[in-house]
Design a protein around this ligand. Structure first.
Ligand code: PLP
Length: 416
């Protein structure tokens, strides 16, 4: 089949809008009619700087990200290492910042600081699915499990499985703001189909938005950090975006001396994950894959065009994401052969996790085979949970959701 015969609902690297891919094939050969391809131009050239600035300013407009050099402003960083790289970066950077802050508050008393690190320092994690679980495990690996506080583990409220977010009253957040290094949540759990309906609150709030980035408006000001790999909703695999509050970066915040971290037995991150270094160098500390940044910029440009007068500018895409998700959930709810896995209150608009006939392996295989015959690809659930997963990323057009919706109705009628 050719590209035009296929709709892809996979949760891996998302399909890009076709016009962006067509343009990409041209710039790979020759960028700006220079005769030199985009992957060949230096990341320090003026062309590369313009590509970077365009992507940053587009993201600022889409999510209404405050721009100022003061503590209220945010930096937009492009990094490598994926979402998983940021699981580690979050710990390295936030612990370093916390240590420097506490040392100052304790008047430089390192013995007292050591006591605080051992007895009080906490990294709070909401574990609502397999990605936040992984992030919390990385934190435990780096600073020790004693310092990691699991605010909630959804599995304890749902027979050992993800699929809910337990009520606020059951959350066990660290009471003292002073002791809280960070409060971490994954806004959309890609494998489990669970999405926060609104951001939780907490000191130094960190959000992983890898799989729902740019699908709705975000209260950026509530967060210290928002990060996500580009490959689901923004572009190609290879870059990670971090939106970092100036309030946790120099000169507004200090970072700890590596010698002190070593003395305290705390980890020192690699320089390529060091946000202050990346911010100081405007994401060009080392070679940045400019082609990936260009792709992200093109995708964002299209989103901006979608709602030229909305505020924030992501409103157009948000409406479309909601419309597609509602259409699909409606059909799933109407037929008894389908069962949506997560609880209704936390259903993801991006990753729709479904069982067919109560998880009947044959029925699910037949469903996937029939879909593929109609050019509806990528519907197999994650290997760890099985079933069907419809990933409804930004690049999935409304027509694709409509075609899938029709197939699901036909399949239900034929299967009974
Ligand atoms: N966070 C979420 C929500 C994800 O969906 C993924 C990957 O699918 C990751 C983190 C890990 O990202 P990466 O593979 O870029 O390290």
């Amino acid at each position: 089949p050719s590209r035009n015969d296929v709709y892809y609902f996979g949760a891996g690297p998302a399909p890009l809008p076709t016009p962006v891919l067509e343009q990409a094939s041209k710039v790979l050969l020759s960028y700006n009619d220079s005769g030199i391809g985009i992957t060949e131009i230096s990341h320090r050239s003026s062309d590369a700087n313009a590509i970077l600035a365009h992507a940053q300013s587009s993201l600022r407009q889409l999510l209404d990200i405050p721009e100022s050099d003061g503590p209220d402003g945010y930096q937009i960083l492009f990094l490598q290492g994926g979402g998983s790289g940021e699981f580690s970066a979050v710990v390295y950077n936030m612990v370093s910042m916390w240590v420097a802050k506490r040392l100052k508050a304790l008047g430089g008393d390192e013995a007292k600081l050591k006591e605080e690190v051992e007895q009080k320092m906490k990294l709070d994690y909401f574990v609502t699915g397999s990605w936040s679980l992984k992030a919390s495990q990385e934190a435990s690996r780096l600073v020790g499990g004693e310092s990691v506080n699991i605010v909630t583990d959804s599995r304890k409220h749902n027979d050992g499985k993800f699929g809910v977010i337990a009520p606020t009253e059951s959350w066990t957040q660290t009471q003292s703001e002073q002791d809280t290094v960070l409060t971490y949540y994954c806004d959309n759990e890609t494998v489990d189909g669970v999405e926060f309906q609104s951001a939780p609150s907490g000191a130094n709030l960190v959000a992983d938005m890898s799989s729902n980035f740019l699908s709705r408006a975000v209260d950026v000001r509530k967060h210290a950090v928002i990060f996500g790999g580009a490959q689901k909703n923004i572009g190609t695999t290879g870059i990670t975006i971090a939106i970092v509050s100036n309030s946790i970066l120099p000169p507004h915040a200090e970072m700890a001396d590596p010698k002190l971290l070593r003395k305290l037995g705390l980890p020192i991150g690699p320089v390529v994950l060091d946000w202050p270094t990346i911010a100081k160098n405007n994401s060009l500390y080392n070679t940045l894959p400019i082609f990936d940044v260009w792709i992200a910029g093109q995708v964002m440009g299209r989103l901006l065009d979608q709602s030229p007068s909305a505020n924030p500018r992501i409103a157009g895409q948000e409406a479309e994401s909601n419309r597609k998700a509602q259409m699909l959930y409606k059909i799933l709810d109407e037929s008894p052969i389908y069962h949506v896995v997560p609880d209704k209150s936390v259903r993801s608009r991006m990753n729709i996790c479904v069982r067919v006939k109560g998880g009947d392996a044959d029925a699910e295989k037949t469903f996937i085979k029939g879909a593929e015959a109609r050019g509806l690809m990528g519907l197999k659930g994650h290997r760890s949970v099985g079933g069907i997963r419809i990933s409804n990323y930004n690049a999935v057009p409304v027509a694709a959701a409509e075609k899938l919706a029709k197939y699901m109705v036909d399949f239900a009628n034929e299967t009974k």
